[in-house]
Each structure stands twice: as C-alpha cells, then as structure tokens.
Design a protein around this ligand. Structure first.
Ligand code: HEC
Ligand code: HEC
Length: 378
C-alpha cells in the first residue's frame, strides 16, 4: 500500500475514533442543573426531560466498541498498514503470514482446495488404483511453492517441475479409465475449456479438435499434461516480407499439392515447383514442419499432408496463414486450477481422442514418421 493511502486510512480511523470517544466523555461529564421535581426544566409539547443515567448495557457496548477498535488496530494491519502488519496471522502455503485481506482470501482458497484435494485422493485416486500419484503430487506442490516464493529460483527448478509433471502420466492413464474421474473431468472441461475448444471438444477455427488423433503437441498423457500445465504458443511467422507475395502464392500452391485437401483445385504446376524449392530451404518451412511436412511436436507445427486444418485448408486460407503468420495461444492452467484438476482434465482429454495403437511412441517421435499418409487422411 502506498504511503498516501496508508496515511489516509490512518488519519480517518483515528479521527473517527477520537470523535466518538469525545462525544461519550462529554455526555458523561455534563451535569445539568435540575429543578425540584427532578426534571431539567426542558419541556417539549408537554413532555418533560429528566436526567437519567445512560443504560448500563448501552454503555458497555459503547465502551466495548471503543476498546475493540484499539484491539483491531493491534491485531489487524489497520493503522499505518504500510508499516504495521498486525499481530494476527493466517497460514498460506504452509507459511505464517500477516492477516491482510489478501492473505485471508488465499488462506480460505487453500482450505477449500484442501477439501477438494482430500476428496480427490480418497474418492478418485484410490478408486482408480492410482494412489501412487499422491507422493509425486506432494513433491510437485513443494517445488511449485519454492518457485512461487523465490525471486530468483534455481535455474533447473522449472525442468525438475516439468519432469515431476511427466511422472504423473501413468496415473492420468489410469484415471482415463475411471468413470467417476471422467465425470469430474468433463465438468471441469465445460467450465474452463469449452469456451475455446467447444463443449464437445471438437474445436473451431484456430482451436484444435481434441477428439481426433491429430496433435500439435502430442497426444500421450505426458504431452497433454505439459500442454495444460505450461500452456502453448503456436509460432508461425509471417512470410510475406521474406518471400514476397509471389513466394506466398507459390508455396501455398505447393502446400495444397501435398495436403489431403482434395477439393479438385486446378493446381498451377509451375508454382508448385517453385514453392517446393522455397519449402525445402533448410531454414524455411522444413525447419519446423519437418522434412516430410508431417509436423513436429517440439515446434507445435501441424502436419500439412493431411486434411485436418487449424486455420482452414482452402487456397485463400493457406495464403492468409503464410502472409500474416499465426500464433494460437493455449493459456497455462497450473496457477488457476492446480495439479489435481489438471490431472482430471488431462485424463478426460486423453479419453476423448481415438488413440493410436502405439500412443507411447507419439510422446517422443516427431508426429507420425512411420504411419502411412492414408492412415491419417480420412
Ligand atoms: C482461450 C482459449 C483456450 C482455452 C480456454 C483453452 N484452450 Fe486449449 N488450446 C487453445 C489453442 C488456441 C490451442 C492451440 C495452440 C496452438 O495453436 O499452438 C490449444 C491447444 C490445446 C491442446 C493441445 C492440442 C494439440 O493438438 O496438441 C490441448 C490438449 C488443450 N488445448 C486442452 C485444453 C484444456 C483441457 C483446456 C481447459 C483447461 C483448454 N485447452 C482451454 C485455446 C484454448
Ligand atoms: C518457426 C517454425 C515454423 C516455420 C519456419 C514455419 N511454420 Fe508453419 N506453422 C508453425 C506452427 C507452430 C504452426 C501452428 C500455428 C498455431 O498453432 O497457431 C504453423 C502453421 C502452419 C499452417 C497452418 C496449418 C493449419 O492447419 O491451418 C500452414 C499452412 C503452414 N504453417 C505452412 C508453412 C509454410 C509453407 C512454411 C514455410 C514458408 C512454414 N509454415 C514455416 C511453425 C512454423
């Protein structure tokens, strides 16, 4: 809090407190002169005023609140909040911190989350025969807390966190076969993911379909976990400045020729040939889309030889992609949802896709090196 607001609050509170105390003392001290009949001599419309003492209960409450205010200032960071943290504390992240309203909120979130986590461990992990995940989750949470707290975290901490996340993969696979876990996962999906990927997870222009077997970043449980934890940004640069509008047209024609888009375009073979040369320059398209143009998990570059398109596979859409570039953003969910909910979501997403026979291979190999092109083009 800035010094100004801190002082503002302090001065207002003290003034208000002093004014109330002052009024009370004044009233208690003031002794009017009484008439013989015990009244003050004031009469309004025939009603005479006595000088009776204030009721005890009322005085107790009044004094009580004046003392309460002082106690509040001592325990809560209310007077000079920029300097005084207050004596009272709450627990956040296993640490004892001052009882500010922000910390109070975090502390409440944490205890709500604990209810969820306990339930997750008892009713979901245990029943899906995946209790082994508990230890990994605990270590992961510790690492993440260290990361959050330190301004200058150790260089390899993020790598270690990523490794721990990957260790959850076998348990995600187990959860993906448990109906109860999938039910919770689907609810989480509707709340958090459906806005972009659609309530049936089939995606839309720019938002990938999660129910097929075509993956930008890999469809094995550990790929999905990584995608959800850290988020992804698709990086396809704009090419018009580099290869010119003619280059864009040529290379688009080449992309059409190798793609599974069978719209019966009359392809301009001269352009296809020119495009092929540009495409295969080692520092151009092959760098990310791969020598066979089938995409690469490490770059998130899609397979260009099938008929599954993120941004549209007609001639004009491909040209647009090349002219202006594309950068789809998948947000990170670690901060917002936490490790347990991400496991449930990953299990749900994994359960939706029609998995390849050797899904484990997809985790490491670049997209589809051995699958024949006909297998993916429907
Ligand atoms: C703001 C929109 C948005 C939201 C919300 C969102 N996503 Fe995404 N997601 C994207 C985009 C865009 C991509 C593709 C990124 C790219 O183009 O490189 C993506 C990619 C993915 C991928 C990788 C797909 C692949 O082919 O490898 C998965 C898995 C995924 N999202 C799951 C989820 C889940 C689960 C949620 C809910 C927790 C979610 N997304 C919420 C926009 C979103
Ligand atoms: C730096 C890596 C990189 C290079 C180089 C690159 N691309 Fe891409 N490309 C990507 C990524 C990543 C995406 C997905 C973008 C997204 O997810 O938003 C993409 C998307 C595309 C798409 C859209 C596919 C769809 O499904 O809609 C086309 C077409 C494409 N690239 C063609 C090319 C061509 C042709 C070249 C060479 C001129 C090229 N790319 C060079 C990384 C690259």
């Amino acid at each position: 809090m800035t010094f100004f607001w801190s002082s503002w609050i302090t001065i207002l509170s003290i003034m208000c407190w002093a004014a109330i105390l002052g009024v009370l003392l004044m009233v208690l001290k003031y002794k009017p002169e009484l008439e013989d009949d015990g009244t003050t001599g004031h009469a309004y419309d025939g009603i005479k005023e006595y000088d009776k003492p204030l009721p005890k209960w009322w005085l107790v409450i009044f004094f009580g609140s004046i003392v309460w205010a002082i106690a509040y200032w001592i325990f809560f960071p209310a007077i000079f909040p920029s300097k005084w943290d207050g004596l009272a504390t709450v627990e956040v992240d296993g640490e004892t911190v001052p009882w500010t309203s922000k910390n109070e909120l975090y502390s409440e979130l944490e205890s709500n989350n604990k209810v969820f986590t306990d339930n997750f461990e008892k009713n979901i992990l245990a029943k899906a025969d995946a209790s082994g995940a508990t230890a990994t989750l605990a270590t992961l949470a510790d690492m993440q807390a260290t990361m959050r707290r330190s301004d200058n975290p150790p260089a390899d901490l993020q790598t270690q966190i990523d490794q721990k996340v990957a260790e959850l993969a076998p348990y995600v696979e187990k959860l993906s076969e448990n109906p109860n876990a999938l039910k919770v996962g689907s609810r989480l999906f509707l709340q958090n993911c459906a806005v972009c990927h659609g309530s049936n997870a089939k995606g839309a222009l720019g938002y990938p379909n999660l129910t097929d077997n075509d993956w930008l970043y890999g469809g094995a449980p550990e790929n999905i976990l990584t995608t959800l934890h850290n988020g992804r940004v698709g990086g396809m640069a704009a090419w018009r400045d580099q290869i010119g509008e003619d280059g864009v047209r040529a290379v688009s024609e080449y992309v059409l020729s190798i793609s599974g888009n069978q719209q019966g375009y009359d392809l301009d073979q001269t352009k296809v040939a020119q495009g092929e040369v540009i495409f295969n320059e080692p520092t151009n398209c092959v760098l990310c889309h791969g020598d066979d143009a089938k995409g690469m998990i490490s770059t998130g570059a899609p397979n260009l030889t099938d008929d599954i398109w993120l941004y549209g596979g007609d001639r004009e859409s491909i040209r647009e992609t090349l002219r202006y570039g594309r950068a789809g953003v998948m947000p990170e969910w670690q901060t917002k949802l936490g490790n347990e909910r991400i496991m449930l979501l990953a299990a749900y997403v994994y359960s939706l896709s029609d998995k390849p026979v050797n899904s484990a291979k997809a985790a490491t190999a670049t997209a589809t090196t051995e699958a024949p092109a006909e297998a993916t083009a429907n």
